[in-house]
Write a protein that binds this ligand. Structure first.
Ligand code: PLP
Length: 388
């Protein structure tokens, strides 16, 4: 057998492997398993986006290789969307790049910035891509603990000077996965100032910027004056328009970061199908605000259902104002993995153990609100019968 590259060994073990094994056993026993672990919208993409794809797919010009950095029309639409939504100005030529989903861009940006031994500041718990790709690139992820008592915002002042000196990138993500926490512009101002002071690239993952509740409106890091000097922001059409399967997003901001990302992408993928980018333009510019509001109202109702059901179990959680997750503490005496295993065993319900997102996720579990109402209600009814 040919030995795999050493970097593969750097990839942390897959923490859901044990849950996956238990799920298969339960399904084999005939248990009707309800999966609340995955964050993937259950509702369809809006019709006007699907119609646009059908039309554009017939254009033979799009059957050839797409532009590496993305169709200029898509980049212009992304810039227009940023301007309409946040009042932010970016140049579609050089400050915006089309992505095959924001995950792709986040991963590739790391390869443009992180050399052997470079430090990257990553939220813990956090979306696993940041940490994993820093490890693959030979870098050192430095965990920034997200703690309940700080509203799940990292304490940047607590980063030791020596670590800040070696750091190349700071990752932030608000509204946050997995904690569902939100940030205000003052926090982004602080983060931009930190990055300027230490010459660090601020990479903000805004995948959930439109999924917010109770009147909260998420800011963009690019609203901070001068942010473009140090920051790049990642946007995704996946969650906002129920388009996870389409693989379309964009990055915008610092020109050098966009160029660096472009160099990695040009030499790796060959861009997203142009017809999908045109459908993406319809999503960004032609989706009525009412559609997004309806989705947020739906998630908010599910959030209330889950938070109330957990309260009856003695698990108290504040209602989150962003993202479509509930991040809840496990009952006393359990580890995250132990509690997730117990819910599967006793109720046939899968939740994501907090440790799947980093060691500081210990003591928590995540419920996703992207399961159809009847299944989510059924899951909560099953939990209601349990005592811990
Ligand atoms: N960033 C965060 C925080 C996510 O939770 C996800 C998906 O779950 C992504 C990025 C990836 O989104 P995309 O579908 O655009 O690749």
């Amino acid at each position: 057998m040919v030995a795999k590259a050493k970097r593969i060994e750097a990839v942390p073990p897959y923490l859901f492997a044990e849950i996956d094994r238990k799920r298969e056993e339960a399904v084999a026993r005939g248990v009707d398993v309800i999966d609340l672990g995955i964050g993937d919208p259950d509702r369809p993409t809006p019709d006007h986006v699907v119609e646009r794809l059908c039309r554009e797919a017939r254009n033979p010009a799009w059957h050839r290789y797409p532009s590496y950095v993305g169709a200029l029309d898509f980049r212009k639409a992304a810039a227009e969307w940023l301007q309409r939504r946040f009042g932010v100005e970016v140049d579609p030529r050089g400050e915006v790049i089309t992505l095959i989903g924001s995950k792709e861009g986040l991963a590739h940006l790391i390869w443009a910035y992180v050399d052997d031994g470079d430090v990257a500041l990553v939220p813990d718990p956090g979306y696993p891509v940041y940490r994993t790709h820093v490890l693959l690139a030979g870098g050192e992820p430095y965990p920034l603990p997200l703690k309940a008592e700080r509203g799940f915002l990292p304490d940047l002042e607590a980063v030791p000077a020596e670590v800040a000196r070696r750091a190349k990138i700071l990752f932030l993500n608000y509204p946050n996965n997995p904690t569902a926490a939100v940030a205000d512009l003052a926090f982004f101002e602080e983060a931009v100032a930190f990055c300027r002071r230490h010459d660090v690239l601020l990479c903000h993952d805004a995948a959930y910027s439109e999924i917010t509740y109770d009147g909260y409106v998420a800011p963009s890091v690019l609203q901070v004056p001068g942010a473009k000097e140090v920051a790049v922001e990642f946007h995704s059409l996946s969650k906002t328009y129920n388009m996870t399967g389409w693989r379309i997003g964009f990055a915008a901001g610092n020109r050098e970061a966009i160029t660096g990302l472009g160099i990695i992408k040009t030499n790796t993928d060959s861009g997203q199908f142009t017809a999908i980018q045109y459908a993406g333009i319809s999503a960004l510019l032609e989706t009525p605000a009412e559609f997004i509001k309806r989705m947020c109202d739906l998630y908010a109702r599910r959030r209330d259902l889950v938070v109330d059901a957990l309260a009856r179990l003695g698990i108290s959680v504040e209602k989150p104002r962003g993202a479509f997750y509930v991040w809840a503490p496990v009952p006393a005496g359990y580890t995250s993995a132990g509690f997730a295993a117990e819910l599967l065993e006793r109720a046939g319900v899968i939740v994501a153990p907090g440790t799947g997102y980093g060691e500081h996720g210990e003591g928590f579990f995540r419920i996703s609100l992207t399961t159809p109402d009847d299944r989510l209600e059924e899951a909560m009814n099953r939990l209601a019968g349990l005592r811990f």
